[in-house]
Design a binder for this molecule. Structure first.
Ligand code: ATP
Ligand code: MG
Length: 425
């Protein structure tokens, strides 16, 4: 027998039992973003490889070893997007959305990275991202953080998440700091792991982001970029801290927070949970003022963040969130005439009660087996239509989730009945 094909390692099906939780999360995030006036943008899943090399940076984990890159039939090098910012900036430049304008955008969709699959780390994963353009001040950084807090509130996750912030300064400030860091690390060369030795030449700041616990002590004692900021970057950072204080939003300044992508400048932040083990960052973002110019546009201030949806869904599951049932009622059809006309009758019921989510029984079978299916469907009610009900213009309603007797109502009262039910719950 042929071997069954399976999903690609690190890429997962989200089965219908779990999609309600995803939909609930997506809906609540969308609602919050709408309340702040952000507009959705949809980009292709595939871009030219060059775009990611030029934006994320040649010597980053993503570009060095995580991208799904292939040649298409024309011989062009294409890549499945590993993140959304690059494509969003590319689209903004291409369609003239950025120059001399203010934009508040969001997107949602799958990202692809060839990482080692583990809990909270997949090869196809979902992000909801937000990008803003044309606002250079600390006010928009603050707005972004306020949005994230409101999202956690809307999801009931505010308690378990910690905000960490840092400033990476400007490109010039980073270059000066880079030399100090390299001097410090070179003097301790024998204590560096292999990855860090390599990065010493190519991208020493990323050493600060090392996940190797043996490197922790060395990194903690390294000079901090925070102490080498110019007056403007300092003021920008202090304005954010003051705004967070004023809003009563607790945060931790983490001078080792550098982020895995090259394009960040000044503000960076992460929201972290301790409930998911090693993969604890559920949201990460910051300023990327240089990126638009780097990709060929005119210099444009920019800031944004991206949330990892799988990790947030895991938090919701852990919190025991149970989205309600997906269907309100299951239509049970008894007797020849109702069975024959079943789907048509269901259409009439849907005409009468537009908000009712109704599963119509298909495939015949007796009363008992239909009731079993009604129960298994998760519906709260069985609607029962037999010859007798049909003749009298009524329908039977039997609650499936509570011990209550079956009742009968006139067909034209069906919408009212479920409206009242809705209010009762
Ligand atoms: P990490 O340090 O965990 O590798 P990152 O810095 O590579 O994260 P970003 O590129 O900033 O992550 O992506 C933003 C968010 O997307 C992360 O905070 C995380 O929640 C989520 N994320 C990133 N990579 C993955 C992945 N492979 N699987 C699942 N979620 C991911
Ligand atoms: Mg990563």
């Amino acid at each position: 027998m042929a071997k069954n094909l399976q999903a690609v390692r690190g890429m997962h099906d989200i089965l219908p039992d779990r999609t309600p939780l995803w939909q609930l999360l997506e809906q609540r995030v969308r609602d919050v973003l709408g309340r702040y006036g952000y507009r959705e943008i949809r980009m292709p899943l595939v871009e030219q490889t060059e775009l990611f090399k030029r934006s994320i940076g040649e010597v980053t984990d993503i570009v060095e070893k995580e991208m799904y890159t292939f040649e298409d039939r024309n011989g062009d090098s294409l890549t499945l997007r590993p993140e959304g910012t690059a494509g969003c900036v590319r689209a903004g430049i291409e369609h003239g959305l950025l120059y001399n304008q203010v934009q508040r955008l969001w997107y949602q969709g799958p990202m692809f990275r060839h990482e080692r699959p583990q809990k909270g780390r997949y090869r196809q994963f979902q992000q909801i991202g937000v990008e803003t353009f044309g606002m250079p001040g600390p006010d928009i950084d603050l707005e972004l953080i306020f949005i994230t807090r409101r999202i956690w509130r809307a999801l009931g996750l505010e308690e378990g998440l910690e905000l960490q912030i840092n400033s990476l300064g400007t490109a010039g400030e980073r270059a000066a700091y880079r030399q100090r860091l390299v001097d410090y690390l070179k003097a301790r060369y024998d204590r560096l792991d292999e990855d860090s030795r390599r990065r010493l030449e190519t991208n020493p700041l990323r050493i600060l982001d090392s996940k190797n616990p043996d490197m922790r002590e060395l990194i903690d004692a390294a000079p901090a970029l925070m102490d080498h900021l110019g007056p403007e970057s300092r003021a920008h950072f202090e304005a954010i801290c003051a705004g967070l204080d004023e809003a009563g939003l607790a945060y931790v300044v983490n001078p080792r927070l550098v982020r895995g992508l090259d394009y960040y400048a000044r503000t960076v932040f992460e929201w972290i949970t301790r409930r998911l083990g090693a993969q604890g960052t559920v949201c990460a973002g910051g300023r990327f003022d240089g990126l638009v110019e780097q990709l060929g546009g005119r210099a444009t201030a920019a800031a944004g963040f991206a949330m990892g949806v799988e990790r947030l869904v895991a938090l919701l599951e852990e919190a025991g969130l149970e989205p309600g049932s997906q269907v309100d009622a299951y239509l049970v059809l008894v007797g020849d005439e109702p069975q024959r006309r079943g789907l048509l009758l269901a259409e009439q019921l849907r005409d009468r009660a537009p908000d009712l989510r109704l599963l119509a029984h298909c495939g015949g079978g007796g009363f008992k087996s239909q009731f079993k299916k009604a129960d298994r469907s998760g519906a709260r009610y069985a609607l029962i239509l037999g010859e007798d009900e049909l003749a009298r213009g009524v329908i039977g309603i039997k609650p499936l989730r509570e011990e209550k007797a079956q009742q009968e109502i006139a067909l034209d009262r069906l919408a009212d009945f479920f409206e009242q039910e809705e209010n009762r719950i």
